[in-house]
Design a protein around this ligand. Structure first.
Ligand SMILES: [Zn+2]
Ligand SMILES: [Zn+2]
Length: 477
């Protein structure tokens, strides 16, 4: 088929139109604002192409993608699977990139939710659930003769004296506890902890020597005791268990080690639990997936005093503040300027002095507000005096930036803002738990950073087998 034919489109303001356009050509749709260009391109052609593609997927895959409505059109002929790259300017979502507005990212999210391996975002260790039986087996695999402590973690890196915790451990029938790595006798040792420091407390559930007795009865007894201790520790430790292997006296330099286990999908050492892997975890447009520091933007955006006051040799009365409402020549009646005058009066701030010569505390009041202190302000309508706090120009602009429905207003306030890379995600935009999920060793952000050809190659290779490729030979390109 050489053409794409749309017959009887009635989406939004399209009046039952029929058009034919060449395929495999760059086609431009032009027209007056409101004439229905996007209704035709996005809401009819793309919507139907996308819908047909999704319909072709399995029922299982479809449930993650949501139902798509058929656009109001009689027929579309010659249509291929469609990808849309959004209109520039029409919707200004600072989170969108080509990789994300095309629907490819939706399928990557699905892939990572189904085939991803979660890791602890702190230590990078693979996070798995282990049953009590699996934990018993792992302990039995320790070298013959290993002396071990079975520990139930109760407090992990929390400040406090924790006397009630220690008391609870004692009351529960345990005679020893390990506190910050040192084992204490709960009956005889005085344990005083610094209230302002972080502590880790584990109940000592059992002390064992790993062995495989030849006698079947002895072996059964040993196994029963180990199983019992593991179950007790998991119960007391809320599903977490630590095994401390004491140093081997015969091996020089051996310092022993801690082994961590958990019944939960959580890091057994750091207790960071990994949320269930589902597509929304990999979306920076939702609170489930977005980096909590930058809300999924990848950068932090704040009012920059240098952009707000580009020329500090001007005074406030001369219009030093670049946001025009905070100047005497404000267009809309001077509501903000009046506030500034009231605050200046209350604190003796000179409105006619160049901003660079104002004392820092005066400039701080202007920029960051009165911090709860109320100052007399004239109410405009009734000519009465009211005592009000002054919010400060910067918090005011940042609040209006968040709250305004107006794109125009947002763009204007944005011109006083500077962007800094997010200190938490360094631009990756996802929460740490999402970034720590890998498919064949790479996370979703790495995949999206690749050129499309490499991503395609990777996906093809995954399609064959979900095991990693052989390591590259040295010298290979
Ligand atoms: Zn960890
Ligand atoms: Zn971030």
């Amino acid at each position: 088929m050489k053409t794409l034919k749309v017959i009887g489109a009635r989406v939004h303001n399209l009046k039952n139109i029929t058009v034919e356009m060449p395929r495999e050509k760059l086609v431009v749709i032009t027209g007056l604002s409101g004439s229905g260009k996007s209704s035709l391109a996005f809401d009819t052609i793309f919507a139907e192409g996308q819908r047909r593609y999704v319909e072709s997927l399995s029922a299982y895959a479809r449930q993650f993608l949501g139902r798509m409505e058929k656009p109001d059109v009689d027929a579309i002929e010659g249509l291929s699977p469609a990808v849309s790259i959004d209109q520039k300017g029409a919707s200004h979502n600072p989170r969108s990139t080509v990789g994300t507005v095309t629907e490819i990212y939706d399928y990557l999210r699905l892939l990572f939710a189904r085939a991803g391996t979660p890791h602890c975002p702190i230590c990078g260790r693979e996070v798995t659930r282990q049953s009590a039986q699996e934990i018993v087996d792992a302990i039995r695999r320790l070298p013959e003769g290993s002396r071990v402590l079975i520990l139930a973690p109760v407090v992990r890196g929390r400040k406090g004296t924790h006397q009630n915790v220690l008391e609870e451990i004692r009351k529960s029938g345990f005679t020893r506890a390990r506190v910050d790595g040192v084992v204490y006798d709960l009956e005889t040792d005085e344990i005083s902890l610094d209230r302002y420091k972080q502590h880790t407390i584990e109940a000592v559930v059992d002390r064992l020597v790993i062995r495989t007795p030849a006698d079947p009865q002895e072996e059964a007894d040993f196994l029963a005791r180990l199983t019992d201790s593991v179950e007790t520790a998991l119960k007391f430790g809320d599903g977490y268990l630590t095994v401390h292997r004491l140093p081997d006296r015969d091996a020089e330099g051996d310092k022993g080690e801690d082994l961590f286990f958990s019944e939960h999908l959580a890091c057994p050492e750091h207790g960071v639990s990994v949320p269930e892997l589902e597509p929304r975890l990999f979306s920076f447009n939702t609170p489930y997936g977005a980096c909590p520091v930058c809300q999924g933007l990848g950068f932090t955006q704040k009012i920059d005093p240098e952009l707000l006051i580009p020329d500090p040799s001007l005074s406030l009365a001369e219009g030093a503040i670049a946001a025009k409402e905070w100047t005497p020549n404000a267009i809309r009646g001077g509501f903000y300027w009046d506030r500034l005058v009231a605050v200046a009066k209350a604190y003796g701030i000179d409105l006619h002095k160049p901003v660079k010569d104002l004392p820092k505390e005066h400039l701080d009041i202007i920029l960051y507000g009165t911090q709860g202190e109320r100052v007399p302000m004239k109410s405009r309508r009734r000519h009465t005096i009211r005592y009000k706090q002054f919010e400060g120009i910067i918090p005011n602009l940042e609040r209006r930036y968040r709250e305004t429905p107006s794109e125009h207003m947002r763009a204007r306030i944005e011109s006083f803002m500077s962007k800094k890379p997010c200190p938490a995600c360094h631009g990756a935009r996802l929460r740490p738990e999402a970034l720590a999920v890998t498919v064949a060793g790479v996370n979703i952000v790495e995949v999206t950073s690749w050129p499309v050809s490499r991503t395609l190659q990777w996906v093809k290779w995954l399609g064959d087998d979900l095991t990693p490729p052989p390591p590259r030979e040295a010298g290979e390109g």
